[in-house]
Design a protein around this ligand. Structure first.
Ligand SMILES: *[C@@H]1O[C@H](CO)[C@@H](O)[C@H](O)[C@H]1NC(C)=O
Ligand SMILES: *[C@@H]1O[C@H](CO)[C@@H](O)[C@H](O)[C@H]1NC(C)=O
Length: 190
C-alpha cells in the first residue's frame, strides 16, 4: 500500500516534467524548421474541388473493369470488385475539360444493399493541382442520394490532407451500368 502510494506520488511529481516537451507551447522555431524540411507551408488551407466522375463499365472504351464476380444469388452483388481508371471532368459531359482520373477500386462489401467500399486516388492533372493526389477511402451506397466518404490523405499540394468527399449520381444508365457522378470534395492541407 505504502509503496504504491509512494510510486504514484513520485509519478505525479515526474509526470509534468515528462509531458512538458509534448504538451508545452509549440516551439515556433522548431515548427518552422520542420515545415522547411518537409517543404510545406505553415498555414493550413481548405480546398474545395468540384468535378464529375465518369464510370464507364460498358463498351470498348470502358474505364472500369469487373475483376471478381459476386457470390451466387446475392441481391447486393456482394463480393464483386471493379478496378477503375475513371475520367474526372469539370462539367458533366464526358467531353468537358478533363481535370484528372479516379484510380482505384470499388468493392461490393454489403450483403443487404448495394454498398461499395471505395478505395481510390483522385489524380489531378489540371493547373496548379497537376500531379497532386487525394486519397479517398470510404463507404459508397450508390443508390443513396448523397454519399460521404473520408479523404484520408494526399500528396503534392495535398500533403497532410484530411477531409471528405460527397458524391451524388448525376446520370445513370440502369441497362449498361454507366454513370456520371458529381463530386464535391473538401480537404484541409498545408
Ligand atoms: C471509343 O473512343 C473512341 C475515341 O475517343 C471513339 O471514337 C469511339 O466512338 C468510342 N467507342 C465507343 C464504343 O464509345
Ligand atoms: C501536368 O504535368 C505533366 C508532367 O509534369 C505534364 O506533362 C503535363 O503537360 C501537365 N499538364 C497540364 C495540363 O499542365
Amino acid at each position: 500500500m505504502a509503496t504504491a502510494a509512494a510510486i504514484s506520488s513520485l509519478l505525479l511529481l515526474l509526470l509534468p516534467s515528462l509531458f512538458i516537451p509534448i504538451c508545452g507551447l509549440p516551439d515556433a522555431k522548431t515548427e518552422a524548421q520542420f515545415a522547411k524540411r518537409a517543404h510545406m507551408k505553415l498555414k493550413q488551407k481548405v480546398s474545395h474541388l468540384h468535378f464529375y466522375f465518369h464510370d464507364v463499365v460498358s463498351g470498348r472504351n470502358a474505364t472500369a473493369v469487373r475483376v471478381t464476380d459476386p457470390v451466387t444469388d446475392s441481391p447486393s452483388a456482394f463480393g464483386m470488385i471493379t478496378m477503375m481508371d475513371d475520367l474526372l471532368t469539370l462539367g458533366p459531359e464526358p467531353t468537358s475539360r478533363p481535370v484528372g482520373r479516379a484510380q482505384g477500386m470499388y468493392a461490393s462489401a454489403s450483403q443487404q444493399e448495394l454498398g461499395f467500399l471505395m478505395a481510390m486516388n483522385l489524380v489531378f492533372t489540371e493547373g496548379k493541382y497537376n500531379g497532386s493526389v487525394l486519397t479517398v477511402l470510404g463507404r459508397n451506397p450508390p443508390f443513396h442520394q448523397v454519399r460521404e466518404m473520408p479523404v484520408v490523405g494526399g500528396s503534392g499540394l495535398f500533403r497532410f490532407a484530411r477531409g471528405f468527399a460527397q458524391a451524388q449520381t448525376h446520370w445513370l444508365d440502369m441497362k449498361s451500368g454507366d454513370a456520371v457522378v458529381e463530386y464535391s470534395v473538401y480537404a484541409m492541407h498545408y
